[in-house]
Write a protein that binds this ligand. Structure first.
Ligand code: UDX
Length: 428
């Protein structure tokens, strides 16, 4: 099939490469000439494991084509995916300006044949109906189309694997023709097919991200309790999570969830609910607990650091990504800078993005060990693999005082005690 993706962020570029790899011809439309030039040269722009190789392979096979020109891509395509951002507005609602503007441009460029316009962007319930109205208004008379919602569940850091091996494929549409075309495109992929209406598909995406956020905030709440009782949160949640009805996934406490999805989607669903006069207290509490997790950890750093010279390991909102959007690390660093802390940070992939945000307000090290030289405390924000079995004796030798404040529970507290490291983690 020939398809188009509009947008080359984490969702657009990963999904486009996967469908190209499955043998489709995939156009990717962007709006920044410099970025499109880089993509054409095989530079994926973002860091996502395996993406560079997949992109180069499909560029060489001429199955993926990057363009700024809607006319080159849209009339040639059977399916057009909207994969542009829906960042939060100041009041928490999703900003739909890009999605709606893109829908209008797609409409004006539709060919004189049938096209399915499918939204991958996370959009509040009712948005796809608006998209349909916009396309109806702006399309050439001869063009026929249907809209569909096909939400994406890939995680950054494991995006390619998640896209090749989804648990389920949600197709929301009132049109049989659109559903059949989307089923055909997804044929090689495993996973349960869930065929629903447009509105259900839109809500499935928000409800999925929200329940995962509920689990994380619940784990943090249990951690707050454990810290006051002598219980160990990891033991508690292992005991809880072994119940198949509950599961252990997404029950890791720490410094709260970040990233471009959970924080914004919890707020956006809250806003949608409130606008419909639904009591959204559960999600309001989830967001408050997430905030509290960051604040508690900030307090822990301030309370246990002998002086204000610290090292930080990990800036990305999670490992295996360079993404720092809504990263708890940035929020906490800004609080520490306000308190007069001096910070040297190391992250394997996210330092370039952090420099754009914080410039020289903090120092950057070339390695984890270099970062800790002369530090009075080490603070861990992201659970990169390379920190898990690092030589902690060497870390201790390089530091001025052996204090580690760990937001991701990487090390066993007893082993740290034996090594003479003052170790503070979460809920233990
Ligand atoms: C999420 C959803 O998982 C994915 O399905 C959706 O398509 C996009 O949003 P992503 O934001 O890439 O994916 O990462 P995820 O692995 O879900 O982690 C999100 C945040 O939650 C991170 O900050 C992570 O550190 C935090 N988290 C996750 C926890 O604090 N504890 C956990 O147990 C799991």
């Amino acid at each position: 099939m020939t398809i188009t993706f509009i947008g080359h962020g984490y969702v657009g570029i990963v999904t486009a490469c996967v469908f190209a790899d499955l043998g489709n011809i995939v156009y990717v439309i962007g709006r920044t000439p410099e970025k499109i030039a880089r993509l054409k040269n095989g530079d994926p722009i973002i860091f996502e494991p395996g993406l560079g190789e997949l992109l180069k392979k499909n560029l060489e096979a001429k199955r993926i084509i990057f363009t700024l020109d809607y006319q080159e891509a849209i009339p040639a395509s059977e399916i057009v995916f909207l994969a542009v951002g829906t960042p939060p507005k100041a009041n928490g609602e999703a900003n739909l300006s890009s999605v709606l503007a893109t829908a209008e441009t797609v409409a004006k460029n539709l060919g004189a044949h049938y096209t399915v316009v499918s939204c991958k962007s996370t959009v509040p319930v009712g948005t796809n109906t608006k998209i349909k109205e916009i396309i109806e208004k702006h399309k050439p008379t001869a063009a026929t189309f249907d809209v569909a919602s096909c939400p994406e569940f890939l995680r950054e850091g494991t995006g390619i694997n998640d896209t090749f091996f989804p648990d389920r494929i949600i197709i929301g549409s009132a049109s049989e023709a659109a559903t059949q075309l989307l089923l055909k495109l997804h044929e090689p992929l495993p996973g349960e097919r869930v065929l629903v209406g447009l509105e259900s598909a839109e809500v499935i995406k928000y409800a999925s991200n929200s329940i995962l956020s509920v689990k994380i905030s619940f784990a943090n709440l249990v951690a707050f309790l454990c810290e006051k009782t002598g219980a160990n949160v990891e033991e508690v949640l292992d005991g809880v999570g072994l119940d198949k009805r509950i599961g252990r996934d997404f029950l890791s406490p720490g410094i709260g969830y970040g990233g471009s999805c959970f924080p914004k989607d919890v707020l956006a669903l809250t806003k949608t609910g409130e606008s419909l006069k639904v009591d959204m207290s559960l999600l309001i509490a989830v967001d408050q607990i997430n905030q509290q997790a960051r604040d508690n950890f900030t307090d822990k750093i301030i309370a246990h650091t002998p002086s204000k010279k610290i090292a930080i390991w990990g800036l990305a909102f999670k490992p295996n990504t360079d993404d720092i959007r809504f990263a708890p690390s940035l929020y906490i660093i800004k609080k520490l800078l306000d308190q007069g802390f001096t910070i040297t940070a190391f992250d394997p992939e996210a330092m370039t993005n952090t420099k754009k945000e914080l410039s020289d307000k903090i120092a950057y090290a070339d390695s984890a060990l270099e970062a800790v030289k002369g530090a009075d405390a080490l603070v861990i924000f992201t659970e990169w693999n390379e920190f898990k079995q690092i030589d902690l004796e060497a870390v201790k030798r390089l530091m001025k005082s052996p204090v580690i404040i760990d937001g991701r529970n990487l090390y066993p507290p007893k082993a740290m005690q034996k090594m003479g490291i003052k170790y503070y983690s979460v809920g233990r």
